[in-house]
Design a protein around this ligand. Structure first.
Ligand code: ADP
Ligand code: MG
Ligand code: MG
Length: 915
């Protein structure tokens, strides 16, 4: 037997003395729910007593193939006896029984992903005991039927629909609308019917322990009920939807779930009882208002299940029987925010006027709400600016940069619902998750339209652009999950009358029928549904986002222990540059000049590459010089006074040439059509030339600086364009252009030495021509391991260094960046050969190459300016490593990632190492 402690108590003993053993800091052991139940006990909030079985026990049980670790069951048994003593009631007692809930709770919240059983301990004897004790048979039979239903579904895997159907039949026969209106006798009958469903659907072969007198029977022994329920919660950690959720949310598989066994509080004991869920602030927009729903005379999941229509939490005080509880709840909201210094969500139950807290945690929120709440809490003195910046998830900012309906677009609202999760989306209607997944696999965009979602819909929700439901409130499953994923969601759009089987939906008050495949648009910020595709626009940085980012800038740009953390942008044209300035970019870290050769200019560069005639080539070059100079003029004017790093031509040549196969087909067609030789000959010559340039491995071939040695005219032309644009702006417009020239794909110091000489000579010529002083630094793009390993040598003839971490990742791994992601990266991720895609989040070996190269370069030139301009420059996890570990001065990323990088850089700064 091991001496690991597996069970932690929470709540008070029989004398009301707190005996809680856990705390909120212990979530890896007790799960989030268990840790915070303990914390609420510690700060004196009313919580029904119970105990928590650790996550580690779950993993040991699972790893051993669902076998209990030695001693664990004894410890649980002792904790159960202790709980009975504390509550003064016994499980299964025929006079005054204890009932418990068995609740899952992992270290990270996984809403609705795992299973909970309520009212455990009820059997035929204890049901009578509870009736004697409460004098309320309605409540007891309701609790018993709920228990059989949940136990059968969650623990035994019996189809939940069977019970729902029986319940619906009962309502119809009794002529009532809601379950709560059923009579005690109806409910008693249901208990017997449910037991019958249990007997008919649980296999005797799989559950010999449940055989009584030769047949399966609903278990009457509470100890058997409890053990099976705990095992089911452990098992739920590995169920399919939990695994999908963990994958979608980056939660490790080896954490396990804790199990909380807790005395029941009864929300279904009449009109002075209720159950509810709430947030201390509005999780959709962050407003300082209580937010949530409650249901009178109900239990547990009734609120989120959308079975009955709920009441908003603000109305609770208006119910005389609940007024005291509403006042207590308001006080607890304040205590919780004061204690956790954050917005919390809670689950509670009111039993005959007495409020019981059943759960709390820091609440999930939209990006918009996260910003609002952080700023308000700074104002309220609950947190400081650094904490506000630390709290915003950079990845979540993406949501805000999400599209919205174009305000100038003309559209008619088809239906309105609740604005459950912000952002807008356009897609084809699908009515099931499987259809959503299938359509997306075909490359179509879909809106998942459901009456209400449930955890089995998760894969469809992940696949869809947006979610629309006709039922359920802002805390319904669809709303909570969509907000967490950052997917637009409109819920409770009651006018949409769905017939999922027929795959169509009528729109009440109109004669419109939406069928599968019809395009609709939804706006989750406003709660609107529109037929057809509404044009979408991206939003600008305003208000709260601007405030948080300005605080982030204050933090990242102060010297601290190291140096300021700068953010630049990768931009190839003046429009992108303009947008990026609006997003707060400080300079252009990478301007890819070859993008200026695409479009209609492609034929100029093709002519240059393919022609044998020196005059034709010369003409092409001077055409290119003219267009590039024009581009740079605009670019440098936009970026006046700010650095613009211009990279010399880089990609493999074939990117500029026609695909030889297409040309071949073209020639064959013309031949077949009898085209004259005069027409065919030049095409054939062109094909021969393109074939002659073909390479086995173009990405390792004639590209980067190598191009500049094979076609020396190209860099001469490009540097001349850069220098003369700058000289023009200085001489004619009195501006302060700050271009820098960067040499790509350098492997050898000698390459840099020779290129630098060439560049400097051109710059000097242009300066003389224009009669101005030109100071244009020439630097190196480091993207090959050899260059990193000899960065000190290269540094001697480089004015700055910038790491191209895409190519550096490709060449460090030997993974083709064009093929890896479609060919084998999914397998590598699935098999956990790599933890993350190294093209998204920088790998530690690549980071080490960068760190080492920076160190080597600075050993030669201590002030060497070093940056990163790969995709990693926009990835929060990479940003932290690049600044804190590798010591770079800036990251450069695409325009839309700039706000994310500013925030991530500030967070890195707050975590910077002490030097
Ligand atoms: P989830 O993780 O899905 O939120 P919970 O364990 O919180 O599952 O249980 C769901 C609901 O069941 C709770 O919100 C609460 O309403 C009800 N519940 C759980 N435990 C108890 C209890 N001891 N007494 C009364 N209701 C309970
Ligand atoms: Mg649950
Ligand atoms: Mg809960």
């Amino acid at each position: 037997m091991s001496d690991t402690k597996r069970v932690y108590r929470f709540g008070s003993d029989a004398n009301g003395v707190d005996v809680t053993e856990g705390a909120s800091s212990m979530k890896y052991m007790l799960g989030g729910k268990g840790a915070n139940l303990a914390e609420m006990c510690r700060i004196g909030l009313p919580v029904p007593g119970g105990y928590t079985i650790t996550c580690q026990t779950c993993m040991e049980y699972a790893d051993a193939g669902n076998v209990w670790p030695a001693g664990a069951l004894d410890e649980i048994e002792a904790a159960t006896r202790d709980l009975e003593e504390r509550m003064g009631k016994r499980l299964g007692d025929a006079r005054d029984p204890l009932l418990v809930s068995v609740r899952s709770g992992a270290p990270f919240s996984m809403p609705g992903m795992m299973d909970t059983v309520l009212n455990l301990g009820l059997n035929d004897a204890s049901a009578q005991g509870l009736i004697a004790q409460t004098g309320d048979p309605h409540f007891v039979w309701d609790s018993y039927r709920r228990f059989i239903q949940m136990f059968s579904d969650v623990v035994m895997g019996v189809d939940a629909e069977l019970f729902e159907n029986a319940l619906t039949d009962k309502r119809l026969i009794a002529g009532v609308r809601t379950d709560a209106e059923l009579s005690a006798d109806d409910l008693h009958e249901l208990v017997e019917e449910f037991k019958g469903i249990f007997r008919a659907n649980v296999s005797a072969a799989e559950h010999p322990e449940l055989i009584v007198d030769g047949a399966i029977a609903f278990p009457q022994d509470p100890a058997v009920q409890l053990k099976l329920a705990i095992e089911a919660v452990f098992g739920s950690w590995m169920n399919e939807r939990a695994c999908i959720y963990r994958k979608a949310n980056d939660i490790p598989d080896d954490l396990g779930t804790a199990v909380n066994v807790q005395a029941m509080a009864y929300g279904n004991k009449g009109e002075s009882s209720a159950t509810g869920v709430a947030f201390t602030r509005n999780p959709a927009n962050g407003a300082r208002e209580r937010y949530g729903d409650f249901l009178v005379n109900a239990q547990g999941e009734d609120v989120v299940a959308g079975i009955r229509n709920t009441e908003p939490i603000q109305k609770m005080g208006e119910y005389p029987a609940l007024a005291q509880a509403a006042a207590d709840l308001e006080r607890i909201f304040q205590i919780l925010e004061g204690h956790f210094h954050d917005m919390c969500d809670i689950e509670f139950t009111i039993e005959q006027g007495k409020l019981w807290m059943l759960q709390t945690r820091v609440g999930k929120r939209t990006a918009q709400a996260a910003l609002r709440i952080a700023i308000d809490m700074v104002e309220e003195g609950l947190i400081d600016r650094a904490e506000a910046v630390r709290r915003i998830d950079p990845a979540q900012l993406d949501q805000l940069l999400h599209p919205q309906f174009d305000a100038s677009a003309d559209f008619e609202v088809l239906a309105r619902g609740l604005n459950a999760s912000p952002g807008a989306a356009v897609g084809e209607v699908v009515f099931s998750s499987d259809d959503a997944v299938a359509a997306v696999a075909e490359g179509r965009k879909v809106i998942l339209v459901r009456w209400e979602t449930n955890p089995d819909d998760l894969k469809g929700m992940v696949a869809a652009e947006g979610i629309l439901t006709s039922h359920g409130g802002k805390t319904s499953h669809a709303a909570v999950i969509a907000r967490g994923m950052g997917a637009p969601c409109v819920c409770g759009a009651e006018a949409i009358q769905i017939d999922a089987a027929a795959k169509e939906a009528r729109v009440a008050g109109t004669d419109i029928v939406l069928r599968e495949g019809d395009v609709i648009s939804i706006d989750g910020t406003e709660g609107i549904v529109v037929a057809g595709a509404v044009p979408l626009v991206s939003v600008e940085l305003t208000g709260d986002l601007e405030t948080i980012l300005s605080w982030a800038d204050e933090i990242r740009l102060r010297p601290g222990n190291t140096h300021p953390y700068h953010v630049r942008v990768n931009a190839d044209n003046p429009e992108d540059a303009e947008r990026a300035l609006g997003f707060g970019a400080e300079a252009i870290g990478l301007c890819r000049t070859e993008h200026m050769f695409l479009g209609e200019r492609k034929n100029i560069i093709q002519t240059f590459i393919l022609s044998d005639d020196p005059a034709v080539r010369e003409q092409a070059l001077s055409d290119l010089l003219a267009v590039q100079t024009g581009d740079f003029l605009k670019m440098f004017r936009t970026m006046d006074g700010r650095d613009v790093v211009v990279r010399l031509i880089d990609p493999p040549l074939h990117e500029f040439l026609d695909a030889p196969r297409e040309l071949e087909v073209d020639i064959a067609r013309r031949e077949a059509a009898g085209a004259p030789e005069a027409e065919l000959a030049p095409l054939r010559a062109r094909l021969r030339r393109i074939d002659g340039m073909a390479e086995m491995n173009p990405m390792l071939g004639l590209r980067g600086v190598r191009l500049s040695f094979v076609f020396p005219e190209l860099p001469l032309m490009q540097v001349r364009a850069v220098a003369s644009a700058a000289a023009t702006l200085i001489r004619d417009e009195g501006l302060d252009p700050r271009p820098e020239v960067m040499v790509p794909l350098v492997a050898l110091a000698t390459e840099q030495v020779q290129m630098r000489a060439v560049c400097e000579q051109v710059i000097a010529e242009v300066a003389a021509e224009f009669g101005v002083a030109l100071d244009i630094p020439v630097g190196t793009m480091l993207e090959l391991p050899r260059a990193c390993l000899t960065a000190d040598e290269i540094a001697r003839s480089a004015d700055f260094l910038c790491f191209g971490t895409n190519d550096l990742t490709q060449t460090t791994f030997g993974f083709s960046r064009d093929d890896a992601e479609s060919k084998f990266m999914p397998v590598y991720l699935h098999r956990k050969l790599v933890e993350k895609n190294p093209f998204e989040t920088i790998d530690k070996a690549v980071l080490e190459l960068v760190r080492m190269a920076v160190e080597k370069a600075r050993s030669v030139k201590p002030a060497m300016h070093c940056g990163v301009c790969g995709e990693h420059g926009g990835d929060p996890a990479s940003i932290r490593g690049l600044f804190n570990t590798a010591g770079v001065d800036y990251v450069s990323c695409s325009p839309y990632r700039v706000p994310i990088a500013r925030l991530a850089a500030a967070q890195a700064k707050l975590a910077e190492p002490v030097r």
